[in-house]
Ligand binder design. Structure first.
Ligand SMILES: [Zn+2]
Length: 135
């Protein structure tokens, strides 16, 4: 995906959040607390969260993913995954830092490390799905 194609597909952060959440819960939302599947909804004020109307609890829709603890715009993550996917020779943390205009080499390195780890881990099928879809 070129940068232009990427910005068309993900024009704002909510479109990136929606894409990740809908990929993760492609078979429907599940409450991690009570297991309810019928009364779980997206929070309108913050699309990173889901709300279970059965046990009245709120939880992060990104729990258990590489996106769970990030403070970065999720478009940055998706674009980084895209860069890793399209670079046949592999991408270095320095390249990633330059390409994404990230202030710190350490955060670029951490991001790349987490993406590679998720790609290698077959159990993290969700991460693989996201990575395959962002191409
Ligand atoms: Zn619940």
């Amino acid at each position: 995906m070129t940068y232009f194609e990427f910005t068309k597909r993900f024009p704002d952060e909510n479109s990136a959040i929606d894409f990740i959440v809908e990929t993760k819960y492609k078979d429907g939302y599940v409450c991690p607390k009570c297991g309810c599947v019928h009364r779980v909804y997206r929070q309108k004020y913050n699309r990173r969260f889901l709300y279970c109307n059965n046990c009245k609890s709120e939880f992060s829709a990104l729990k258990g993913t590489i996106f769970e603890h990030t403070h970065l715009d999720l478009r940055m993550w998706l674009y980084a995954i895209n860069l890793v996917n399209v670079s046949h020779k592999g991408i270095s943390a320095l390249q990633l830092q330059r390409e994404m205009g990230m202030g710190s080499y350490a955060s670029a390195w951490r991001m790349l490390h987490q993406i590679r780890k998720a790609m290698e881990n077959e159990e993290e099928t969700f991460n693989c799905l996201v990575m395959l879809a962002v191409k």
